[in-house]
Structure formats: C-alpha cells, structure tokens
Design a protein around this ligand. Structure first.
Ligand SMILES: Cc1cc2nc3c(=O)[nH]c(=O)nc-3n(C[C@H](O)[C@H](O)[C@H](O)COP(=O)(O)OP(=O)(O)OC[C@H]3O[C@@H](n4cnc5c(N)ncnc54)[C@H](O)[C@@H]3O)c2cc1C
Length: 482
C-alpha cells in the first residue's frame, strides 16, 4: 500500500494526528474537503483586518496536552502572548471575573445573598471532587437553589455557555471545576513518556524568535518553564489565579496552524478539495477511502470530521454505535468581528470580557495583543455568542448586534468593518446527557480523533488530548512502531 495512514480532515486534530504519526515514521495522506486547511483553527483577511475563525484563548500552555505535543513533535512553535484577564461587563460596571472565592464574595454585579449561596455550592462541589466523587453527570442547575435572582442565573448560565456551549441545565459541575481551573487538566512529560515513549532530541524553534524581543514574552515563558504538579486541592479555593497559563498566538490563530504545517515532514501529503465519501473495507477491517473520483488505500484511517457523520460513510456500523455517535450534543456559535476606526477606551485591556445579561457574549479585542491584526490606529474585536440552532439565524444576528450596542454604546459610531461567522465551536459539547465517540471504532484500523473523541477540556486543548490518546491506542494496537 502507498500510505500507512490516511487522515480524513485537515483541521487542527487531523494535522496534529498527521504530524505525530509521521514523526513516528509513518507515510501519511491527509484528505480535506475544503479548499484550505485548518478547519476551525485559522485566520483570514477582511477589509484590511485579520480575523480568526472565532475568538480563541489557547489554554493549559503550561502542562497541558498541546504543550506536550509541541515539546515532542513540533519543529517550530508559535509565540504566545500572555492572555491577560477575564472581565465582566454590565451596563455600569467593568471588573475582573473573580478567580477565587474571596474575590467572588466581593463580586458586586450579583446580589450578596446569591454570592454566599454559590460560594457554598462551589466549596461543596470541590470537596466532593477532592474526595473522588464523580460530578460529570450532575448538572449545575440541579445543585443550585431555585430562588436565585435572574441576574445570578444569567451569570451562571453565561459561564456555562462559555465552558460547555450549553446552559446550566446541561452543563456538569465537573466541567465548571475543570474549566475554571479549580481542578487542573494536565499531562506531564512523565505521563506522556509512560504512554507513548520518549522522543529523542526534540528542541523546537520559536517562529519569530529572531524578530520578537524575548522580554515581551517573559511572563508566559517563565510560567511555561516552571514544572507544576497536577493539582486537585481545596487550597485552590483561596489562591486560584486563572492558574492554567493561557495565551494568544502572536500573528493570530493561523500562527498555530502555520507552526504545525512547517513542522510536517515530507512524508505527509495533503490533498484539498477532496471529500471522503466512504470507507473501503475487507471483512471488518478498513483498508482505504473513496472520494468522488479516487480510491486511496492505507493500513489505517483516522477520521477527524463530525463523528455523527460516520454512519453515512459506512452503512454496517452496529446500531449501538450509530446511537452513540448520534447522541453527541452540539452547539452553534455566532462570532461578530468588528473592525473599529480607532482604539476605544472601552476596549483598552488585554484579555477578554463576558457580558452575561440575557444574551451572553464573550469578546476579545485581539488587536491589543498584536497591532498588526488591524490597520494602523484601528482596533479589531471578536464577539462570540451561543445561538439557538432552532431559531432563524438572521434574527439571532440582529439580536447579537443590539446586545453589543447596548453593552458598549460607543461602538456603534466607530464600525468600519463587520463580519459574521456561524459554526459549531468544538464539535461535541460537554453536557450531562451527551456522548462522545471512542477513539477505536467497530471497524478495525479505523480510528476517530479530534474534539468529538475526548471530553476533557475544550477546543484546541481537547483536540490535542485526543491526539495523545490516539497515539497511546496506536501503540497498544501495534500500529505506532510497525
Ligand atoms: C467561535 C469559536 C470559538 C472558539 N474558541 C476556542 C477557544 O477559545 N479555545 C480553544 O481551544 N478552542 C476554541 N474553539 C474550538 C476550536 O477551534 C475547535 O475545537 C478546533 O479547531 C476543532 O478542530 P478539529 O480538527 O477537531 O475540527 P475541525 O476544525 O472542524 O476540522 C475538521 C476538518 O475535517 C474536514 N472534513 C470533515 N469531513 C470530511 C470528509 N468527509 N472528507 C474530508 N474532509 C473532511 C473539515 O472540512 C474540517 O476542515 C472555538 C471555536 C469557535 C467556532
């Protein structure tokens, strides 16, 4: 056979799968249905502004799975700007989102009585989690009393939407604890080597290392070089300081994509504009894929598209498997990018803001990290909303604009560019009732990787987790070293 592995999809999960497997000596073909690679992880120009495919914070850069993959497989890594602070905005208030209980008790935008109730709830949940009680099936709503004020419910819902893409009714308590870094998600180099093995002689260069003064990145690079032990501790209640290091890639989200593309060896081939329509099988084994015009054969196939669509590519999956992938919950997001004709005082911070009233948004002024993302003297801000998939998109867009204008009235008179994106933010949403696909499938040698195949963390961090799990399974199945 010409290829060891075919990867279906050239989003971040497919590219990370191809990069890692090729560095283990595999000849890899990536087939992408779109005309460009990157999937949900890319940037492009709109009227002189460089927008990303949604606002992005790259999390767990200190000891998370992406860091592990960068250390072991990348030849080049992006420069990450320190993420900054999460703020909460209301009509007449703008302040940091509390990152520990002490700050939470003083968080005036929500009524004092509710703050005390929620503080007790967080303490109780963390105590249970510390003693090993599984809270992944317990909804946030079911743990809170009914009589909270609407403002408080809006606040809790906004945090839930941000962390899971769903309301508090469907978001698990576990997701809140991990997503707000009370319980840390991590994979240390020691854990990586125990599962996959030691990769010799790796030392990635930083893209732009020669042009960016290193002191600019000191705070984050200091954090990244400090070894930290995964932590699940009540002590965090008092000390938590948005502790999982987060960053924004200098030159935009595409810098992360480019660092993967530049690290790919020649043994990886990418073909775009090519949709995989079905799998070719021999007995219960996959041996290749079919597109409209071609057949490609390989010993293994890794699928990184929507797992829900797998049954359309192979009609003989067992019913129980079809039910499982059909049960994957998804949410729908709307991002509105606004290019402003000047730099507004209202957006003079580094980090992002959450508006939590009625129709919550999460906004990031990304040109504050890197002024080259907007024309000189101008500013670029992305506002992300979770929208109702059953409602008319145009009505949701209109509602989103009026929310932005009531939150920050000054914006309205400074808009030079507007651009809207609608997408499924991270494929499988982590909810109490949804399922995820396993990496192994009922078809031998067909694996699923990507954000539908792991429920840890979110987005790109989750994609990286799934690829580490894929490598571990490939090793167990004797694929990695053959
Ligand atoms: C608004 C928004 C905000 C986000 N914020 C963050 C954030 O702050 N932090 C974070 O880490 N993540 C964030 N994410 C999520 C993150 O971008 C995604 O989870 C991640 O990029 C998904 O990568 P993936 O490779 O699993 O999937 P995708 O990017 O969807 O890639 C799948 C690829 O497979 C291709 N494909 C599918 N089927 C086929 C087929 N049959 N044949 C050929 N090709 C096929 C698709 O065209 C696509 O290119 C955000 C996403 C959005 C939309």
């Amino acid at each position: 056979m010409e290829y060891d592995t075919i990867v279906v999809g050239a989003g971040i999960s497919g590219l990370l799968s191809a990069l890692t497997l090729s560095k283990h000596g595999k000849k890899v073909l990536i087939l992408e249905k779109d005309s460009i690679v990157g999937g949900q992880c890319n940037s492009y120009m709109v009227e002189g502004f460089q927008v990303d495919t949604g606002p992005h914070a790259i999390t767990h850069l200190e000891v998370g799975p992406l860091k592990r993959l960068m250390d072991n497989y990348f030849d080049y890594v992006p420069v990450f700007e320190n993420y900054g602070t999460y703020y909460s905005r209301t009509e007449n208030d703008f302040r940091p989102v509390p990152s520990n209980l002490k700050e939470f008790i003083r968080f005036e935008p929500i009524p004092k009585k509710d703050r005390l109730i929620i503080a007790q709830g967080i303490t109780k949940a963390l105590t249970l989690s510390t003693f090993g009680i599984n809270l992944s099936q317990q909804s946030v709503k079911s743990t809170l009393p009914e009589n909270l004020s609407k403002t408080t419910k809006d606040f809790v819902n906004a945090i839930c939407y941000f962390l899971s893409g769903k309301s508090m009714e469907y978001t698990s308590v576990h997701r809140i604890l991990t997503g707000s870094a009370f319980v840390r998600d991590s994979i240390t180099q020691e854990q990586f080597e125990a599962n996959i093995g030691k990769i010799e002689g790796k030392q990635a260069d930083t893209i732009l290392q020669s042009v960016i003064p290193s002191k600019l990145h000191k705070p984050l690079s200091n954090k990244m070089s400090t070894f930290s032990v995964p932590l699940t501790s009540l002590g965090r209640l008092a000390t938590n300081q948005s502790s999982s290091s987060q960053g924004y890639p200098r030159q935009g989200l595409k810098a992360l994509l480019n660092s993967i593309l530049q690290s790919l060896p020649n043994s990886v081939e990418i073909i775009t504009n090519t949709e995989v329509k079905s799998f070719i099988t021999e007995g219960k084994k996959v041996v290749g894929v079919k597109t409209d015009n071609e057949v490609y054969e390989a010993k293994t196939v890794i699928y990184t598209g929507f797992a829900k669509k797998l049954p359309t590519l192979y009609s003989k999956f067992p019913v129980s498997y079809i039910d499982k992938v059909n049960n994957i919950e998804q949410s729908k997001s709307l991002t509105i990018w606004l290019g402003l004709d000047s730099i507004l005082d209202e957006f003079s911070y580094i980090g992002s803001e959450i508006w939590f009233k009625d129709f919550p948004y999460w906004a990031m002024p990304i040109s504050n990290y890197d002024s080259s993302l907007a024309p000189k003297g101008k500013q670029l801000i992305g506002f992300a909303f979770i929208i109702d998939k059953n409602k008319d998109e145009n009505e949701e867009i209109e509602k989103a604009y009026s929310t932005i204008f009531s939150a920050v009235p000054a914006v309205k008179n400074h808009i030079e560019m507007k651009h809207e994106q609608i997408s499924v933010p991270e494929k499988g949403a982590v909810t109490i009732n949804g399922t995820f696909a396993d990496i192994r499938t009922p078809l031998e040698n067909l694996y699923v990787a990507g954000t539908d195949a792991d429920n840890r963390s979110m987005g790109i961090t989750r994609a990286a987790y799934s690829v580490i799990e894929l490598l571990k399974i490939a090793k167990e199945d004797g694929i990695l070293n053959n």
